[in-house]
Structures are given as C-alpha cells and as structure tokens.
Ligand binder design. Structure first.
Ligand SMILES: Nc1nc2c(ncn2[C@@H]2O[C@H](COP(=O)(O)OP(=O)(O)OP(=O)(O)O)[C@@H](O)[C@H]2O)c(=O)[nH]1
Ligand SMILES: [Mg+2]
Length: 223
C-alpha cells in the first residue's frame, strides 16, 4: 500500500459525557497541546482531525467533540454511526458524572454500530484532593463494559495521548474495524451542520435572541 492510499484510512472517534467534564479540553490538549482554564461551553459539536501512525500504519483520526448539554444530546446520538471508537468522559471529582455513564452507554448501544470500541476516561486527575471516584470502582465499571479505562488530566496532559492511541490499537485489532470514508464524512458534516444551525436558532429564540457564546465550528481541524 503506498503512502496516499494509507492516509485515506479514516477513523471516526466521538467524545461524549456530561457537561463540563473536560471533553473539549482533552481534544485541545491532544490536537494542539494547549489547555485553557476558562470554560467555553460547547454548542452543538466541534471537530478536529489528526494524522497518527499505529503499528506502522498511517491513519487519519476524525475526532468529534459533542456538547454535554442535554439540549444537544440528540445531535450526539445522530452521529454515533460509523464511529470506530466512542470515548465516555467523566470527572474524577464528580460522582454525578460517573453515575451518568450508564445513560451514555445506553445511547451508544442504541445508536452505534456493532464492534465499536468503548473507552472510559476519568478526567481531572490533577485534582487528586477533590477526587470522589476511586480508581478501583472506575476500573470495575470499565471491565463490566468491556471498555478501556484511562485516568487523565487535560490540565497537565497526563495520559491524554494514550486515550487515542490505545483506543485505536484496540480498533485495529478488531476483525472488521469500523472505518469511515470521505464521501460519508461530507454527507455527515452537511447533515450535522444543518441540525446544529436549527438547534442554535431555537436556543437563540429561547434566549430572547441573545447570541450564543460559542458556535459550532466544523472542519476546525488541526493538522
Ligand atoms: N483542573 C482541571 N480542569 C480541567 C481539566 N479538564 C478540563 N478542565 C476545566 O474544566 C472546565 C470544563 O472543560 P471543558 O473541556 O470545556 O468541558 P466539556 O466537557 O467540553 O464541557 P461541555 O462542552 O459543556 O460539554 C474548563 O474550565 C476546563 O479548563 C483537567 O484535567 N483538570
Ligand atoms: Mg466542550
């Protein structure tokens, strides 16, 4: 296989989880090695892509960062199809976000393809003194779900690369890894941006026409 054929292998990865658990921060750390203390709520969905090499194979990762807000959950659901891996993020400092995992798993089971790799991420490991979820119970939960488990900090960068690399390694070990293709990407993106636009419109109307702090930015790829 030549270089250009290799780089056509595209894998879609989705980040899900409650509001404020650090999904966007994980993506920003992974793709740009940056971290912001300010909280910019994701509206709708964001996207970044990155080229990686797994076992001498060059791949493109298409990473979708969903909004944790309940109002946008249907957008996330509609985007699970063709995902090679779905990363469920919770905060090690929030039991509530840990307890939400079962809801996210239900969404995944109902909306994704068979064979999708699930990974569980306990984020904010830098806030050790505020931790309310133990490594043991999170590891147990991951075992029940047949999921990989990572404890990360987007603030320090600890274990962030491992989420993506190890999840992709598991994907590539599958008999029939779920790949996406460029035509499909375009269709998905168009459909999605239409949905986001109409959701934003409804939200703005609900807010009395006030502008959202941040709007969807598709194709915000880094590399
Ligand atoms: N201390 C610490 N703070 C973090 C970490 N990750 C994210 N944060 C902070 O937590 C807040 C929320 O982070 P986001 O990445 O925006 O959370 P999100 O899951 O994308 O939230 P939604 O877009 O609303 O779903 C921000 O103020 C971040 O700076 C971390 O590992 N450690
Ligand atoms: Mg976000």
């Amino acid at each position: 296989m030549n270089q250009s054929q290799q780089s056509q292998e595209v894998y879609k990865i989705i980040l899900v989880g409650d509001q404020g658990v650090g999904k966007s921060s994980i993506l920003l750390r992974y793709t740009k090695d940056l971290f912001y203390r300010d909280y910019n709520v994701t509206i709708g969905l964001e996207f970044a892509s990155k080229k990686v090499t797994i076992q001498d194979n060059s791949l493109t990762l298409q990473i979708w960062d969903t909004a944790g807000q309940e109002a946008f959950r249907s957008i996330a659901r509609s985007f699970y199809r063709n995902s090679a891996a779905i990363i469920i993020v919770f905060k090690l400092t929030s039991r509530e976000s840990f307890q939400s995992i079962s809801g996210w798993v239900k969404d995944i089971q109902e909306n994704s393809d068979e064979g999708v790799v699930i990974s569980l991420v306990g984020n904010m490991s830098d806030l050790e003194s505020e931790r309310t979820v133990t490594t043991e119970e999170a590891t147990q939960k991951a075992k029940e779900l047949n999921a990989l488990y990572f404890e990360t900090s987007a603030a320090t960068g600890s274990n962030i690369d491992d989420i993506f690399i190890n999840s992709l390694e598991k994907v590539s070990q599958q008999l029939n890894p779920i790949r996406t293709n460029s035509e499909q990407n375009v269709r998905d993106s168009i459909q999605l941006s239409q949905k986001i636009q109409s959701q934003n419109q409804v939200k703005q109307e609900q807010n009395g026409g006030k502008k959202q702090k941040q709007v969807e930015s598709s194709n915000k790829g880094c590399c």
